[in-house]
Design a protein around this ligand. Structure first.
Ligand SMILES: Cc1cc2nc3c(=O)[nH]c(=O)nc-3n(C[C@H](O)[C@H](O)[C@H](O)COP(=O)(O)O)c2cc1C
Length: 364
């Protein structure tokens, strides 16, 4: 039997298989509150050993995208309880991805009294969708003061406590794809002169302090982080190769010191093997690899020990019964790219299962 389909027994994480559903923003949370449709979507995908939810805001100012869910209000916690209960029925674990969008956002997507914040006053170049004004340039962020940084860390802690109250098995800190945590890591968009900018130690400090404070609040076994070395998403420019390697080596070593459950690396084509090897070497907890995997090359990744678990994004999006299809060797539905972020069930909960199977029969 494929390793991918066998149970995983890590120190912090025990899963029914090695298949992880990657975090994917789907913009179905009307009013930023998780709902019955989202419960159905995640419930359909409970063949996974571990589901990582879409990026979820730890505070109102973190709601950079339209219809992105939050986890800072009682109503949001109530909504998420439905989701966690649905996926736990099949012994699937679920972590909520805490995503602070930082400078990637527009004020029209934020609640009235929230402001767009960033690491520095350096706006992202490009445009994004807003429901009220259509496509808009990214807003100019207000740079956080040093006290402001502490406040944001506090939001992550409250959100993590809320996550446990909502029934999540843990939280994944979104340190990838150009959002707030990665904005601190990248010297091209972090020109701070306090203890959160400048040297490698300083740029890594925010990620480590968030991980530490969240671990103290809910337990280090319930904390993971996603990173994407060499990513250019969110208008991030690449920086010096040696500095990049050293940044991620130091980060992995600090996270190892904290003993968090996992590091999840979204692998960009530009990331050197040296960086991936350094993360593997420095961090002794569970390592998840993702982005661009098929069941076949994921199996090789697990067999060679390059990673402990593999996460799948688009294939899981378009195949609610993705794991059953792997078992059956069945073909996958293609992704409909026109409905990735549109409200409603089309392109969300209506992707077909394999002919002749029904969801109630999932015994995975
Ligand atoms: C519709 C969509 C939304 C995404 N949203 C997120 C997100 O909220 N957080 C995140 O870390 N990555 C996000 N990603 C990236 C995926 O987690 C994953 O890295 C990407 O799809 C590549 O993996 P794949 O080749 O298995 O699809 C998103 C991807 C897609 C297609």
């Amino acid at each position: 039997m494929k390793k991918l389909l066998m149970p995983y027994n890590g120190t912090s994480l025990q899963l029914k298989n090695h298949v992880v559903m990657a975090p994917m923003t789907r913009s179905r949370a009307i009013g930023n509150i998780p709902n019955a449709l989202m419960t159905q979507y995640y419930g359909q995908r409970k063949g996974a050993g571990l589901i990582i939810t879409e990026g979820t805001a730890p505070a109102p100012e973190a709601l950079g995208y339209a219809r992105m869910p939050g986890i800072f209000s009682d109503e949001q916690v109530k909504g998420w309880k439905l989701v966690t209960a649905a996926v736990h029925q099949n012994n699937t674990k679920i972590f909520v991805q805490l995503m602070h969008t930082g400078r990637i956002g527009h004020v029209a997507n934020l609640p009235d009294d929230a402001r767009l914040i960033g690491v520095s006053e350096i706006p992202a170049i490009g445009q994004m969708h807003t429901d009220s004004l259509g496509s808009q340039d990214f807003s100019m962020p207000d740079a956080l003061t040093t006290e402001g940084v502490q406040e944001v860390i506090g939001y992550f802690v409250v959100a993590a406590n809320n996550a446990v109250a909502a029934g999540f098995d843990g939280v994944e800190l979104h340190g990838a794809n150009g959002y707030l945590i990665e904005q601190f890591l990248n010297p091209n968009v972090n020109d701070r002169t306090d203890q959160y900018g400048g040297s490698i130690e300083n740029r890594v400090r925010f990620a480590v302090e968030v991980a530490q404070k969240v671990s103290e609040a809910i337990g280090k076994d319930k904390v993971g982080i996603r990173i994407s070395p060499n990513s250019t998403l969110g208008d991030l420019a690449p920086y010096d190769a040696d500095a990049t390697l050293k940044t991620y080596t130091h980060l992995a070593s600090e996270l190892n010191r904290l003993g968090i459950a996992y590091i999840h690396v979204s692998i960009n084509p530009g990331v050197p093997a040296e960086t991936l090897n350094a993360i593997r070497r420095e961090f002794k907890g569970t390592l998840i690899h993702s982005s661009g995997f098929t069941p076949e090359n994921a199996e090789i990744e697990l067999q060679t020990g390059a990673a402990d678990l593999v996460a799948f994004g688009r294939n899981f999006l378009s195949n609610p019964d993705f794991v059953e299809r792997i078992i059956a060797g069945a073909p996958f539905n293609p992704v409909d790219f026109t409905t990735l972020y549109t409200p409603g069930e089309k392109g969300y909960t209506d992707y077909p299962r394999m002919a002749g199977t029904n969801e109630k029969a999932i015994l995975l």
